[in-house]
Design a protein around this ligand. Structure first.
Ligand SMILES: Cc1cc2nc3c(=O)[nH]c(=O)nc-3n(C[C@H](O)[C@H](O)[C@H](O)COP(=O)(O)OP(=O)(O)OC[C@H]3O[C@@H](n4cnc5c(N)ncnc54)[C@H](O)[C@@H]3O)c2cc1C
Length: 332
């Protein structure tokens, strides 16, 4: 690990100041980094993937880590709220059960006690080429994505676009996208709110970044709007214990009084460099009853635009099965 300076931020403004001042660096992996629970950041530092001159501890921000009402039936979740606190929160349990399932599917109780929602959204990819200390892949400033013609069993079937085929590792992100969440970003220029659908960036847009954060900016809050949708998160892991998703599905469905679909949002995880919203499924399901044939067709539609790599064709039937199970579960 490269030597670094440690700074405890007392406030959001303080954190932004401590993170700024190195904007002139050209390599984003050599800029100061914010730290929530450190469950991902420290592993990337130990492998020299990130080499920040300064780590800014956000957990010392006064008043951080709260979940508050937005005054209209939704929730404002501070970026420092832990995954365990999300699982235990009564309003999350009542109105956003998919969030509880997504948070519960992550890692281990110990990691969930320390890991934060802000860190979960901003964690780095798990691609084994990206994570290998001595491999300079495209995403680390090299000129080749080694997974495209290499070991690509866990990689993307959507959105790689011939550039980088990593998959987005966060389990909360697809669920937040299905629930139409928004992210508050704070930086030197002040605050801005970004719908989570616009938060993540594809490798073709900027291969060195996973989201729209500029140097010195941090995520400070996540807004979950009020909803009457039923929600669920289903994840398939290779190991039954802790593991990342080989494929997952976040589903949020609002029903009419006659049980037809008023509005459905399906977002896929573990299959693309960003959480993958499939609008065609929403359009197809609107107004329909969720009978077996409709569910089966929706599942096929979910993967229509996917393109397999040499070793990950299994993600097609896996994803379709998860979509079928999620819709059947919400319809029950
Ligand atoms: C063994 C293991 C298994 C795991 N399994 C899963 C899993 O199944 N699913 C899953 O989703 N994740 C998994 N994780 C990843 C991750 O540790 C957790 O998801 C956790 O939520 C990360 O939160 P953190 O606060 O510890 O992040 P940190 O390590 O503190 O930060 C992660 C990254 O986000 C940045 N960051 C942190 N906070 C902010 C902020 N507020 N604004 C902007 N950037 C920020 C950091 O600079 C860093 O780059 C696993 C990790 C481990 C070690």
């Amino acid at each position: 690990m490269k030597a670094f300076e440690w700074a405890n931020a007392a406030s959001v403004d303080d954190a932004v100041k401590l993170l700024s001042g190195s904007d002139t660096k050209t390599d984003p992996d050599e800029m100061p980094r914010p730290m929530g629970g450190g469950q991902d950041l420290l592993t990337t530092m130990k492998s020299y993937i990130t080499r920040p001159p300064r780590v800014v501890n956000l957990k010392t921000i006064t008043g951080s880590g709260t979940v508050k009402s937005d005054g209209s039936g939704g929730l404002l979740i501070d970026a420092l709220v832990t995954l365990s606190a999300i699982i235990d929160h009564p309003d999350v349990q009542k109105n956003y059960p998919g969030m509880v399932e997504a948070a519960h599917s992550i890692a281990t109780p110990q990691i969930r006690n320390l890991g934060t929602i802000g860190g979960n959204l901003n964690q780095r990819p798990r691609c084994w080429y990206f994570r290998a200390e001595n491999i300079k892949c495209l995403k680390r400033g090299g000129d080749t994505c080694f997974a495209i013609n290499g070991e690509n069993k866990y990689h993307a079937i959507f959105g790689g676009g011939g550039t980088c085929v990593m998959v987005h590792p966060s389990d909360l992100s697809p669920m937040l996208m299905a629930l139409n969440a928004a992210v508050t970003i704070t930086g030197k220029q002040g605050k801005r709110d970004v719908p989570i659908e616009k938060f993540f960036v594809l490798p073709a847009e900027d291969v060195r970044k996973e989201n729209v954060l500029n140097p010195g900016e941090i995520v400070t809050e996540i807004h979950l709007p009020a909803t009457t949708a039923k929600s669920t998160y289903l994840k398939f892991k290779e190991r039954a214990s802790l593991d990342f998703a080989m494929a997952s599905v976040a589903a949020a469905v609002e029903f009419n009084a006659d049980k037809s679909v008023k509005n459905a949002r399906i977002v896929l995880g573990g299959v693309a460099p960003i959480p993958w919203y499939v609008p065609d499924v929403s359009a197809f399901l609107a107004g329909k009853m969720l009978d077996e044939a409709t569910i089966a067709h929706a599942a096929v539609l979910a993967t229509v635009d996917a393109k397999p790599l040499s070793q990950n064709g299994y993600k097609f039937p896996l994803t379709q099965t998860l979509v079928r199970r999620a819709l059947a579960k919400l319809n029950a």
